[in-house]
Ligand binder design. Structure first.
Ligand code: GTP
Ligand code: MG
Length: 194
């Protein structure tokens, strides 16, 4: 999809605020804090900073609904695994995400982002298992590929596949928000769900 128009529609904290007038196909971004979810959105829609990014983890705090070409939603989701939040905040986060992921009817697939440089964290494994348990279609994006040499990509990708016990039907796409690597593959993976 060539995105010619993108706008933030709402930053939601509860279901009553989710856009419900139309039922456009929707894709949610999941992954640990700082993995590159907001950067992924910006790269996919070639906008520099529509989705706010930060080198400081915990930037995205609400469910941010981005409408693309008046026909598709990307939902930027707060990252998990950010140490500087209280137990109470973490629980509130968990409830909000769980409710959204398990009840959101227009949700077509979750884009799960994992840092290609490191083995998946416990939270990454838990998130993937959760998505599998609820039979939510998942596309795994390995981010920050530009930060490791090309010759090591496959070795790192293999660790992700193994540690997640990735379903052979689920795609793993190597991606870089710096270089644009993987953008075409990511769009074609999404297109299958539209
Ligand atoms: P939260 O909103 O805190 O959950 O983080 P996020 O997952 O949205 O991460 P964000 O997109 O804000 O990126 C975090 C940092 O990583 C920023 O400094 C980005 O510039 C950087 N970053 C993201 N993707 C890439 C990438 O592909 N390559 C490189 N080199 N840096 C990246
Ligand atoms: Mg973010």
């Amino acid at each position: 999809m060539k995105v010619t128009d993108a706008e933030i529609v709402i930053s939601a904290v509860k279901p009553e605020q989710y856009p419900n007038a139309e039922r456009f196909p929707e894709f949610a971004l999941a992954g640990r804090s700082n993995v590159g979810k907001s950067s992924f959105i910006n790269k996919m829609i070639h906008r520099k900073n529509l989705a706010r990014t930060s080198s400081k983890p915990g930037k995205t705090q609400t469910l941010n609904f981005y409408l693309l070409n008046e026909s598709v939603y990307f939902v930027d989701v707060p990252g998990y695994g950010y140490a500087k939040v209280s137990k109470k905040e973490r629980e509130a986060w968990g409830k909000m995400i769980e409710k959204y992921l398990t009840t959101r009817e227009p949700l077509r697939a979750v884009i799960l982002l994992i840092d290609l440089r490191h083995p998946p964290s416990n939270d990454d494994v838990i998130m993937y298992d959760f998505l599998k348990h609820y039979e939510i279609p998942t596309i795994v994006i390995a981010t920050k590929a530009d930060k490791i040499p090309k010759g090591k990509w496959e070795k790192h990708a293999k660790v992700i596949r193994q540690d997640l016990q990735l379903d052979p039907n689920d795609q793993l796409i190597l991606f870089s928000s710096e270089t644009g690597k993987g953008k075409v593959e990511a769009w074609s993976a999404l297109n299958k769900f539209m």
